[in-house]
Design a protein around this ligand. Structure first.
Ligand code: C2E
Ligand code: MG
Ligand code: MG
Length: 718
């Protein structure tokens, strides 16, 4: 016990985390006798150290002191002991009984000559916290200069009384130049006048203000800072004013900007995302409403993007979208903002719009920019876009404006894609009519208002009726005949196509059954149009098998016509076609030449007929290129083992050219439009195959007519 005590000795009165004021101030005093034993040990010393009265003082190194300090204290003790009246002051560090580091200013004095003492007296003061405070006091003024903030003090009349060194790097201001000047003339006030006013009010009321402001640097540039202001009213020193601390937040702003970019932009293309675009549009609309200006919103959708994406793969699809985004961005005039709503949907709004024509010009610029092939060589991809435009007005909110542009875009798709449509009431009307038509169509199906008519297809080889194409007819009680071009898309969109499609197959099979029963169905096909949505339905082949089964018609009498869009997803198409092939029905590719299937792809599919689109046939008379194309298509089809059917033959001239090209089958108003079941039955019965064949063989196809009992009537009806 004795050993460790000495150092404990000179100790304490300090500031530290726990001790009470009393503890810190309590006297630290030890009296040491000639025999080196403690005569008196103050309570505080006993609290902090193991030293007790009667203990022998030791300077052993494994005491509370580190060895160096132990030696210094021991030397001082020796010196003081030898000379009456001597005293020495030194600082020692110890670890107290609780293990806390403490620092003491200690005075050793020789009091042997003083009868009231009669010993070596050791008195000390705990300076543990004081040292730090002293350092801070020393540093205080420099500390302000070291902080990464500009500290300014302004008195009540607005004179800058202090400005820290950081003003040099943050604002390019030399403190010496501003001290003594008015704050109003300095760069130290926010640029925004409303903030200056808010600060003035705060200074008079709460005395505190905090916020982000922009300050102007000496070179004229701006810097964002976080500003904290606090009133100082110090009567002791007689100062009244404000201290301001400006923290340069440039870096924080950069990070915030980065995060904001991520939250407001589409990661793939870097264009604004939906949320941000709509918010900007809302603001722009408010401004336009205030100033009486106009604004246009556009929806741009890449035509058949899904098909392109499936064909080139998703990675290339993404790259394509990026390229499209770049194209669109660079084709936009100033004052236009572009965003992407996901997928291949791009949106634009333009401010300062004068008239529709101007906006259409902008849209045309976009469409033109898209029409240039993207990429080069064999990798080049050609896309087109459909654009819908809506103009602001009547206070329509952003969402409504976008909805209108979207509707107009859909109309552009409906009207053949790669085009621009402007939303007007007609467009809205169309949309409504479409919805009405959907309800009407459903009702018509319930009420059995749909009819199936048949149009003959004749062999150009031997003149027989090779097939009858089933075409659905809707005679609306009020609106009269509605074209399938109008109602089939509605049926597709609403899903009614499954019901409608099954109905047509059922009626067609029933008709075929009657023709077979009447001995008219030998080698005859009934051809039924199948929409893509219907074809892609998993259950479709089973439905076909069931309907054939129920009607007792064998599958070689049924042909299904699909369009190229049904083959876009090759895997799905192959699965469906494989099943249908197993069932034994034949397949015709309808409207060939209007889609985008590459010729090489066609060889993959088990097809039986290729129907050359009416547009090629129609041009045969006028456009030599069409004749070449038709010849190529016929040759290609034959090379793939398919028979060709030409649609829409209206003139002898067309028929002649088609026959010359080697086309196998023809269909068109030249012979007959679609007719009712009864008319078709009569037609089959009366048809003079040899007469047609004779005409064909003679090469002069003039006068070749079907022997229709109903004559011109049917032709007129179309
Ligand atoms: P499609 O399959 O290409 O049918 C041929 C269309 O051309 C028919 O029009 C037919 O009346 C018409 N047409 C035939 N010969 C000529 C001609 O010489 N000149 C002209 N200008 N036109 C001719 P329709 O009946 O209006 O049908 C239009 C389209 O509607 C069809 O085109 C087909 O894609 C679709 N469609 C018709 N019925 C159905 C159906 O039951 N189901 C499905 N999914 N689609 C159908
Ligand atoms: Mg067809
Ligand atoms: Mg067709």
């Amino acid at each position: 016990m004795v050993t460790s005590s000495l150092l404990a000795v000179g100790i304490d009165s300090s500031l530290d985390a726990s001790p009470s004021e009393d503890g810190r101030r309590a006297p630290l005093r030890v009296l040491i006798g000639r025999d080196h034993r403690a005569i008196e040990v103050s309570d505080r010393v006993q609290e902090l150290t193991p030293l007790r009265p009667g203990d022998r003082i030791s300077f052993h190194p494994d005491s509370f002191l580190d060895p160096h300090e132990g030696a210094a204290l021991r030397d001082a003790y020796r010196r003081v002991r030898r000379r009456i009246g001597a005293s020495e002051r030194l600082t020692v560090r110890i670890v107290d009984v609780e293990g806390r580091r403490r620092e003491f200013d200690l005075v050793l004095s020789n009091g042997f000559a003083d009868p009231s003492v009669g010993a070596i007296e050791l008195v000390s003061e705990d300076v543990t916290g004081l040292r730090g405070r002293r350092v801070i006091d020393r540093l205080r003024s420099r500390l302000l200069d070291l902080l990464p903030t500009v500290v300014t003090v302004v008195d009540d009349v607005g004179t800058i009384v202090y400005c820290s060194e950081r003003s040099r790097s943050v604002l390019g201001i030399d403190p010496a130049d501003v001290i003594g000047r008015s704050i109003a003339e300095s760069n130290l006030l926010p640029i925004a006048a409303d903030q200056v006013e808010a600060i003035r009010v705060a200074a008079e009321t709460t005395g505190r203000w905090e916020g982000d402001v922009e300050l102007r640097r000496a070179d004229g540039s701006t810097v964002p800072v976080q500003l904290v202001l606090e009133r100082i009213d110090d009567d002791e020193i007689g100062f009244h004013g404000t201290v301001g601390i400006s923290f340069d937040v440039t870096e924080r702003r950069k990070l915030e900007d980065h995060l904001d970019f991520q939250a407001s932009h589409d990661a793939l293309t870097g264009l604004y995302n939906r949320q941000r675009f709509v918010r900007m549009l809302e603001t722009a609309l408010d401004e336009a409403n205030d100033t009486g200006g106009r604004l246009a919103a556009m929806f741009i959708d890449i035509d058949d993007f899904k098909a392109v994406n499936d064909r080139i793969g998703h990675a290339a699809g993404d790259a394509l979208l990026v390229a499209v985004a770049d194209r669109l961005r660079s084709a936009l005039p100033d004052g236009s903002i572009i965003g992407r709503f996901g997928g291949d949907e791009f949106v634009v709004y333009s401010t300062g719009v004068d008239d529709v024509a101007g906006v259409v010009d902008v849209a045309r610029g976009l469409v033109d920019a898209l029409s240039v092939p993207i990429g080069s060589g064999t990798d080049a991809v050609v896309v087109s876009g459909s654009v819908g435009i809506a103009l602001s007005g009547q206070g329509a909110p952003a969402e409504e404006l976008l909805r209108r542009a979207d509707i107009a875009m859909y109309v552009a798709k409906e009207r053949g894609k790669n085009r621009i449509e402007v939303f007007d009431d007609e467009v809205g009307l169309r949309k409504r009519r479409r919805r009405e038509m959907q309800d009407e169509l459903e009702r018509a199906l319930d009420a059995d208002e749909l009819d199936v008519h048949f149009q003959p297809e004749l062999s150009l080889i031997d003149g027989r009726v090779a097939a009858l194409e089933a075409l659905t007819r809707w005679h609306h009680p009020d609106r009269g005949a509605i074209s399938p071009i109008e109602f089939i898309p509605v049926a597709e969109e609403s899903g009614l196509i499954h019901r409608l499609g099954a109905l047509v197959i059922e009626r067609s099979c029933r008709a075929m059954r009657s023709w077979l029963d009447a001995g008219l169905g030998d080698g005859l096909l009934v051809a039924v149009n199948v929409s893509t949505r219907q074809f892609l339905d998993h259950g479709f082949p089973d439905t076909v098998a069931r309907l054939l089964d129920e009607s007792g018609v064998s599958p070689e009498h049924l042909c299904l016509e699909v369009t190229e869009s049904a083959l876009v997803d090759a895997d799905v198409a192959l699965r469906a076609l494989g099943r249908l092939d197993e069932i034994g029905v034949s397949i015709a590719l309808d409207d060939f030449g209007t889609g985008y299937s590459s010729l090489s792809r066609l060889s993959k599919f088990p097809l039986d007929f290729m129907k050359i689109d009416r547009s090629f046939v129609a041009n045969l008379d006028v456009d030599p290129a069409s004749a070449v194309i038709v010849q190529m298509v016929v040759d290609l089809a034959h090379a793939l083992g398919l028979q060709t059917i030409a649609e829409g033959i209206e003139t002898q001239e067309q028929l002649q050219r088609l026959a010359a090209a080697g086309c196998d089958i023809g269909q068109g108003f030249l012979w007959s439009p679609s007719v009712t079941f009864d008319e078709a039955t009569a037609l089959l019965r009366n048809h003079d195959r040899r007469r047609v064949a004779r005409g064909l063989r003679a090469g002069s196809y003039r006068g070749v007519q079907l022997d229709l009992p109903i004559g011109r009537q049917a032709t007129k009806r179309r």
